[in-house]
Design a protein around this ligand. Sequence first.
Ligand code: NAD
Length: 342
Amino acid sequence: MAQRGTRGTLGVAVIGTGRMGADHVRRIQEVTSGARVTAVVDIDAERAKAVAARVDGCTAYTDPAVAMAAADVDAVLVASPGPAHEAALLAAFARDLPVLCEKPLTPDAASALRVLEAERQLGRRRVQVGFMRRYDAEYMKLEQLLRTGQLGRPLLLHHRHRNVASPSGWTSDMLINDSVVHEMDVTRWLLGQEITAVTVLRPTPSVNAPDGLQDPQFVLFETDGGAVADVEIFVNCGFGYQVRAEVVCERGTARVGDGHAMVTHMAGRWGGTIAQDYLERFASAYDREVQAWVDATRRGEVTGPGAWDGYAAAAVCEAGVRALTEGGRVGVDLEERPALYR
Ligand code: NAD
């Protein structure tokens, strides 16, 4: 059996084997060093068995708590839907297991606070939250540049977030809770500031948006450092998955996400390709995120975005959904940040 906090191979239980979970299983097996998948869990037993069958020495379970009790499980990767996260996190805390929890930490601020309180009672951080943009090479460069102070104080942040088409059943609040949540985290992280208020403007929906879906939306954040960020979220743009950010500072600007990795010239035109989804656009970021989690866990540490970041994003999401449905500018209510997260 692997030992946490040593150089032994980490045995990971992956909870939820849908789109993200199955991709993380593949990643841990094929890309990540220092870890292997020893358990997969899904309430859909057949799905769990099918994923387990592709991995040597991996057992399929339907109950997360039973998997976490297995002798070969040292750490947990939660990739079930958001409403299932709180129970999985509390079960992991009960066994003092380190967790990488896909975003959201939980779907609302009250449940996120319960998780925060449970982790605080353990007396040390146990959770890394899956805000993978913090591990994207371009975003990392942008964050490092801002930290040097060369550009001066950040004044404005412009985000663009576009998807080819929304999954069936998507509702207008999901654009805030599932998509813009990434810009909430990136804004807080890049600026080192908390978001204090949200406003959502609602342009006439695209003809390509399913009936009743408010798409696109234009979201504004104000921060406690006096910066303003805007987010265009457009989840039925039709042409590709695009995520861009530009920071406007007192002495210059910096932009990421132009996607100019390769430019071709052919038949009188020039151009490149556009990623079609997040698994493609952020493939290296997910790889780096999971490797960072495994490395830190094997050192007995927790790094990266944590439960406080998950809670803060949940609180901003709540304000964002109110701004979307009720209109106007909605303030964000944040509890005082506990010492564990300072
Ligand atoms: P999905 O619907 O494809 O898969 C979810 C899986 O979890 C399903 O197989 C389902 O049967 C299983 N499940 C449901 N309840 C469960 C429970 N209580 N215990 C165990 N398994 C359970 O969803 P997805 O797109 O893979 O999303 C999973 C998580 O990843 C969500 O939290 C989502 O927000 C997040 N996500 C993150 C990113 C990112 O870029 N970081 C992108 C997409 C999704």
